[in-house]
Write a protein that binds this ligand. Structure first.
Ligand code: RNT
Ligand code: ZN
Length: 417
């Protein structure tokens, strides 16, 4: 233990905060890391697989992962720089096809196509979360899937989602865990709709079919959105649509993606609202720059405020924290490292605040002291606790990460092209 940490520990103790207990809690709060940062959302199941369906990656930084072996190797390298408990968030497009288990279309996917992921996760102690993939595929008829007017298209995607739920269920059984299975669809229209209701009724009907089967190891959720590229005028799965769906379908949760609201909406504020009604709040933490751009998460005000809400609402066990960014313009291992560490840092920062005292000040109208204590927190020796946390987790402190990322780039990534 360094003298610097001892100083920080006593400074926080003066505020009534036990840094030892905080680090212990933080170490056990899993963050679900999106596998799709590793290869620009390409996956292994389509030939022409630039992301489509209203989402886009930009940049062509060399060395992206092309296979299961490369993606897992890159993830493991990132994990060596990420403190705390980790999960990997998989998309169904990351099915592993081999000679034994050759390619099948998405409606025919089975657990066996993900067994290698489960073996790998077991070996490393990672949890797994799952997503059906309703984009980047020829059967996305006019960018419509579960809400498509074409019954054949709808059936294909319903069957895909049912297959994915079964896979998630089996993963949960194998890992003796609950697996989040998140349904996001791009369905929408580029130009002014002539009918906003019928597609939503079709989506509602599709969801009812998808969720019909009981899957005790699955936590179901649905992810809303405002708009996508090329789908600017209408999104079937809007915020109200899915919130209404989740509220009326016990066991289905509403996932909040930080990039999926109007720019001045405060996503942190939605957390305590949902906590009045739901016992789980799945999140996609990302950094929208002017639009849902999915930049790498940084230790910024938006993320800190989200972490604040999770911590002061005592919702660490209820918030299911997943990351959702994909930047192809930088080293992808570095992106994972910065994005996940920023999330972890934000939680630590939030846990090192005297929330009880601040709440008390709010309730007694002592707004002056609340403001002053809030400001005091900002210059507390937070970084010293973060460094200590990293040391105890056997990962580098911030300054040690770039050299490691660069080394891996030189040794491994740069040899891929
Ligand atoms: C898209 C959604 C969705 C995807 C991932 C790949 O706007 O945020 O969550 O980013 O499923
Ligand atoms: Zn998302």
């Amino acid at each position: 233990m360094s003298n610097a940490y001892e100083y920080a520990r006593s400074a926080y103790a003066d505020l009534g905060i036990d840094t030892e207990a905080v680090m212990e809690t933080l170490a056990h709060k899993a963050i679900s890391i999106n596998c799709w940062q590793g290869d620009d959302v390409q996956g292994f199941d389509q030939k022409d697989n630039a992301a489509s369906g209203g989402i886009q990656t930009t940049g062509n930084y060399p060395g992206k992962a092309r296979t299961f072996e490369e993606l897992t190797a890159d993830f493991e390298e990132a994990a060596r720089m990420i403190p705390g408990s980790k999960r990997i968030n998989l998309h169904s497009s990351y099915a592993v096809f081999t000679e034994e288990n050759p390619w099948v279309d998405r409606d025919k996917l089975e657990y066996k196509h993900f067994a290698p992921w489960v073996e790998w996760a077991k070996k490393h102690g990672y949890g797994i979360d799952f997503n059906p993939t309703l984009f980047s595929h020829p059967k996305m008829n006019h960018d419509m899937s579960l809400a498509s007017p074409d019954p054949e298209t709808r059936t294909f995607w319903i069957n895909h989602c049912i297959a994915c739920r079964r896979i998630a269920e089996r993963i949960g059984e194998e890992l003796d865990d609950q697996v989040l299975n998140n349904v996001w669809i791009p369905d929408g229209l580029k130009d002014i709709p002539a009918d906003r209701l019928a597609p939503r009724l079709r989506l509602k009907d599709s969801l009812d079919k998808i969720f019909a089967e009981k899957c005790p190891h699955v936590i179901d959720c649905v992810e809303s959105k405002v708009f996508g590229i090329g789908l600017e005028s209408y999104t079937v799965g809007s915020g109200e649509f899915y919130l209404g769906y989740a509220a009326t379908h016990p066991g289905v949760y509403d996932l909040l993606d930080v990039g999926h609201y109007h720019p001045t909406e405060n996503v942190a504020d939605k957390i305590p609202s949902l906590l009045c009604y739901f016992d789980k709040i799945p999140l996609h933490v990302t950094r929208p720059v002017r639009w849902d751009s999915d930049h790498v998460v940084l230790f910024d005000d938006t993320i800190r405020e989200i972490a604040d809400e999770i911590v002061r609402c005592d919702a660490l066990d209820k918030a299911i924290i997943g990351l959702d960014f994909f930047d192809a313009s930088i080293n992808r291992v570095g992106a994972w490292v910065v994005g996940t560490r920023s999330m972890s840092k934000s939680l630590l920062y939030a846990m090192l605040k005297p929330h009880k005292a601040l709440k008390q000040m709010q309730d007694t109208y002592d707004f002056t002291q609340k403001m002053m204590l809030g400001e005091q927190c900002k210059s507390m020796p937070f970084g010293l606790v973060w460094d200590e946390f990293c040391r105890r987790q056997n990962v580098p402190v911030d300054a040690g990460c770039y050299p490691q990322v660069k080394q891996y780039e030189n040794d491994v990534l740069s040899k891929r092209n």
